[in-house]
Ligand binder design. Structure first.
Ligand SMILES: [Ca+2]
Length: 375
């Protein structure tokens, strides 16, 4: 099964773009051998092993969150699906490949997902992430060409197909981490209503629980970009959902001094994170904002069960029509709607554990020596 997937990817890439055949075969062998390792070692999984698929719109905070997962010793990232959000889709697909290249993890497949929301809305660019979504750090020309050539590896089939396929391969053992608008996930549910039943858990960064917005007065960016998708996911995913909303990340702002210190580690990952945060840091300091770890908090909650120290479980949905409140999360605290609770909303965070998870991204070698030996 794995080989046929690799072969299909190879055939598709060959038809889309010419690339030196020898390099292609070398890359296939590497991809196949690593994937085969993963498939063969099912029974030897270490205690606490977690398998993630990350749906994201990288974004500097998505980037940091992805690097946290890659650095964690007990986490295997089965794939990254990309959704339009912080930037246009082609740019953020390139960003994802750039992150994997930095971490030397090009064995992880990147899938191009939906460019626009379910209603066809184009994402608004974020000032924080800058024009290219990664702090406008220019790529050296040769590296840019190499990364663009690697994009042939990014599957361009129907946006939600990779999510469905991964959920079938890893039935019951796949955790979905949603760090962008929920378009790809809603499409997967519409195509296959059983999709969520095959997932172990879904962690979402998005929405708000106290009515504070960051893109409008009342809505958080990911939910506001595609409220219909957010509504479908909350109401129909049929797996345990943990939500990390805008307000809890605001309450757990981190100082830029901590981030600057963590980035002094002598690793390629730390230098990359430092570079892509130069402009966002200047932008935040101008507004007198601290470091707001949005996607990082959701990822940390998924990585370490001890990060979330407070939560409440209620029925939650999304406002689709309000003049001022479209995209705002609606929570039935008083059980007026008499619906089963569908969402665990995180309200408190252990800041030390959050910082510890975030710091892993800058020091990946110190956390995963066991895994590297195994591979
Ligand atoms: Ca994001």
């Amino acid at each position: 099964m794995v080989f046929s997937y690799v072969a299909r990817t190879f055939a598709a890439s060959q038809s889309r773009q010419s690339i030196a055949g020898r390099n292609c075969i070398r890359r296939i062998k590497r991809t196949f051998s690593r994937t085969a390792f993963t498939m063969c070692s099912e029974e030897e999984k270490p205690h606490g092993h977690k398998r993630f698929v990350i749906d994201a719109d990288p974004g500097v905070d998505d980037t940091h969150a992805i690097m946290m997962a890659l650095a964690h010793p007990n986490v295997e990232v089965a794939g990254i699906t990309i959704v339009g959000g912080n930037c246009d889709i082609d740019q953020i697909v390139l960003n994802a490949v750039r992150v994997l290249k930095t971490c030397n993890r090009l064995d992880i497949p990147v899938y191009r997902g939906s460019a626009v929301s379910l209603l066809g809305e184009i994402p608004q660019k974020s000032e924080y992430h800058m024009l290219d979504g990664l702090g406008d750090v220019p790529l050296f020309r040769r590296r840019a060409m190499r990364i663009r050539r690697m994009l042939v590896w990014c599957n361009q089939s129907m946006p939600c197909k990779p999510l469905l396929r991964l959920s079938q391969w890893y039935r019951g053992d796949l955790t979905l981490i949603a760090l962008g608008p929920l378009t790809n996930i809603a499409m997967a549910i519409r195509l296959d209503a059983e999709f969520g039943k095959r997932l172990k858990h879904c962690y979402i960064m998005g929405g708000n629980t106290e009515g504070q917005g960051n893109i409008t007065t009342s809505a958080e960016f990911n939910f506001h970009h595609d409220p219909e998708a957010a509504s479908i996911v909350l109401n129909e995913l049929q797996c345990p959902i943990t939500q990390v909303g805008w307000e809890v990340t605001l309450r757990n702002m981190i100082s830029w001094d901590w981030f600057d210190e963590a980035c002094k580690a002598d690793t390629r990952e730390a230098r990359f994170l430092r570079l892509i945060h130069d402009k966002p840091e200047a932008f935040c300091k101008k507004q007198e904002w601290g470091f707001i770890p949005c996607d990082q908090t959701a990822m940390a909650v998924a990585l370490d069960d001890g990060v979330a120290t407070g939560w409440h479980s209620e029925y939650a949905t999304v406002e689709l029509n309000g003049k001022y409140t479209r995209g705002q999360m609606v929570i039935d605290f008083r059980k007026v709607l008499k619906r089963e609770h569908n969402c665990r909303m995180v309200t408190k965070i252990d800041l030390d554990r959050l910082r510890s998870c975030m710091g892993m991204a800058m020091n990946p070698g110190s956390n995963k020596s066991g895994k590297r030996k195994a591979m």
